[in-house]
Design a protein around this ligand. Structure first.
Ligand SMILES: *[C@@H]1O[C@H](CO)[C@@H](O)[C@H](O)[C@H]1NC(C)=O
Ligand SMILES: *[C@@H]1O[C@H](CO)[C@@H](O)[C@H](O)[C@H]1NC(C)=O
Ligand SMILES: *[C@@H]1O[C@H](CO)[C@@H](O)[C@H](O)[C@H]1NC(C)=O
Ligand SMILES: *[C@@H]1O[C@H](CO)[C@@H](O)[C@H](O)[C@H]1NC(C)=O
Ligand SMILES: *[C@@H]1O[C@H](CO)[C@@H](O)[C@H](O)[C@H]1NC(C)=O
Ligand SMILES: *[C@@H]1O[C@H](CO)[C@@H](O)[C@H](O)[C@H]1NC(C)=O
Ligand SMILES: *[C@@H]1O[C@H](CO)[C@@H](O)[C@H](O)[C@H]1NC(C)=O
Length: 310
């Protein structure tokens, strides 16, 4: 091997050791850590994290094997299955998932839900909507006699008024509203933890079945935000072997025998990317196999929409 290859190997050893050493500390606070990978997606569809070391914040891969065992004659929410015609059960429901039932779709089962319209008339000045976080729509209309009667909540340095929605910084899966009696505890009746963050299984069963990938905006955090769109494989998609040449540390991940990502019928190794611009969903979108088995796709912020074809 030439000098370049040796440097890369040394770098890789150093990098992996560094990651190992830095995650080996005792009891770290993982709430502020930004982990790589399409984590809202994994969490939503019920994949289970696999950690390199006990106590790690970030998973090195996820086990999503249950997705491969899904039948096209059923619907699914995480690991729960539904027959055609069956209604969405309460444990899989978020407040705005109304009237959902499982139906035979084109290539797989899919859920159909009612469209919720939270329209309300104009709100008079001095009035506001109270809100029960366990219900989809805000209300009832409240008109306090005196502004100073409105309950307030201070969360992560921000003051919210009664009825206002917030997501606690350290608990991004929770959904909360300010209401009387809030003392900083993110529990019921102030907060709920919805069964899924993005209802991915309800609205994207066919994308999941076709091994399409969620795409996140440049300013989104794939660990807490819902994807904006999906990329599905077409005949012009190809895998570019590790173009950035960055070392990957998946070798000591438990179950390392499968550290590949899947996209349609393509297989990617760690660090591999997909080519861009093969259709309108993949223009200026960088997809990298980072935390298997689903590549992380992000829209590039400084990208020329007319460029990007290769
Ligand atoms: C679902 O629909 C497909 C065709 O769209 C059909 O072949 C299949 O038998 C249907 N499955 C059931 C359980 O009705
Ligand atoms: C909020 O809504 C839930 C679900 O509809 C209900 O069970 C609960 O009593 C409501 N809480 C309040 C304080 O209105
Ligand atoms: C609002 O309530 C505060 C405290 O109870 C009181 O000091 C103030 O005078 C009230 N203002 C009005 C306009 O009634
Ligand atoms: C991302 O999520 C955060 C909190 O979880 C939210 O405040 C923000 O609006 C979201 N951003 C986008 C672009 O979806
Ligand atoms: C893989 O998928 C592409 C695009 O859907 C298709 O054109 C191709 O025939 C498939 N290849 C195999 C081996 O299934
Ligand atoms: C693949 O690329 C060729 C040449 O640019 C184009 O004619 C064809 O429509 C593309 N196919 C798909 C599925 O996008
Ligand atoms: C984007 O592409 C157009 C046409 O090729 C070019 O004129 C323009 O300078 C490019 N902009 C950037 C920011 O690269």
């Amino acid at each position: 091997m030439d000098g370049h290859g040796r440097t890369l190997l040394l770098l890789q050893i150093f990098f992996c050791f560094f990651v190992f050493a830095s995650t080996d500390e005792t009891k770290q606070d993982c709430s502020q850590v930004q982990c790589p990978g399409p984590l809202t997606y994994y969490d939503d569809v019920g994949c289970t994290p696999v950690y390199k070391n006990k106590g790690d914040c970030c998973a090195c891969k996820y086990n999503c094997d249950h997705l491969n065992a899904r039948s096209r004659n059923k619907c699914y929410v995480r690991r729960n299955s539904y027959e055609f015609g069956e209604r969405l059960r309460p444990e899989d429901k978020n407040p705005c998932n109304v009237g959902c039932f499982c139906k035979n779709g084109t290539n797989s089962g899919r859920f159909v839900c009612a469209i919720v319209d939270c329209y309300h008339g104009p709100i008079d000045t001095g009035c506001y909507m109270k809100r029960n976080i366990s219900q989809c729509c805000p209300g009832p209309l409240t008109c306090p006699k005196n502004e100073s009667e409105i309950p307030k909540c201070v969360v992560d340095g921000v003051t919210y008024k009664d009825g206002e929605f917030f997501i606690p910084k350290n608990e991004p899966r929770k959904r909360c509203t300010c209401r009387e009696g809030y003392t900083g505890q993110n529990i019921k009746p102030f907060c709920i933890t919805p069964s899924t963050t993005c209802s991915t299984d309800l609205y994207h069963s066919q994308d999941i079945a076709k091994k399409c990938i969620p795409i996140y905006y440049a300013d989104q955090n794939p660990a807490t935000n819902c994807s904006s769109s999906w990329r599905c494989q077409n005949a012009n998609d190809t895998v570019i072997p590790n173009p950035s040449g960055s070392p990957s540390c998946g070798e000591d991940c438990p179950g390392k025998k499968d550290m590949t990502c899947k996209f349609g019928n393509l297989t990617m190794n760690l660090g591999d990317e997909l080519n861009q611009g093969t259709d309108y969903t993949s223009v200026c979108v960088r997809c990298v196999c980072e935390v298997p088995p689903t590549p992380t796709c992000r829209r590039l912020s400084d990208c020329n929409l007319t460029a990007g074809r290769n």
